[in-house]
Ligand binder design. Sequence first.
Ligand code: DC
Length: 230
Amino acid sequence: MPPQPDGRLRIAIDGPAGAGKSTVAKEVARRLGISYLDTGAMYRAAAWLALRFGIGLTDADSIANLLEQKPPRFTCDHDGNMEVYWSGERITEVLRTPEVSEAVSALSAHPRIRQILTSWQSEYGDEHDVVMDGRDIGTVVLPNAEVKVFLTADLKERAARRANELTRKGLTTSTEEMALAIEKRDAHDTGRTIAPLRQAPDAHRIDSTGRSVEEVVDSILSLVPWEYSS
Ligand code: DC
């Protein structure tokens, strides 16, 4: 896609859970010196708020009201780091717990919650050069992104990566348990009516199975039009 009139560089990375999107997106952002926005963390923050205040996951209006009245704060630097705060409390890590992962998919199917988060994400993309990862970035949030990638990997490898990630954080889970949880979440994300997980027609499909982070990052960087290279 040729550069847009605003001259911004937006890179959309979508794909199923555990495909390596956030690791790769962070590194692409770091190498280019632009922001990284993990949109999954925004949905996770909404789920965390629901759990924190004991709001039922089907009570989308109460969750949406809370999001609007007291929004979480998302900060991005130019080194691929993103932090999430709510009411002064840093919640970046707690968003990755299995409880939040279990809750987030059901909640992310609600139209009002999607509408609020999607508008924050699109606004961010209007104002910043950014690598954004999620499920609907290339299809809904940044339909005019200069680079679109759909990142996949086989289920076994995705489950092993997520299980290792949790083990490193001191939480125990097996690859088998993780594979079941991931499959369930993918089915939810792909099957919902609003903004389902889909490959955008103009996205480049990259399979990260058996490939190093470096290799995948290089493949994505090779898609960035030369006009944006410094
Ligand atoms: O990328 P992640 O695993 O942190 O995402 C958590 C959940 O959030 C995922 O199951 C679906 C939802 N999500 C979404 O619906 N749309 C996005 N753009 C990003 C995440």
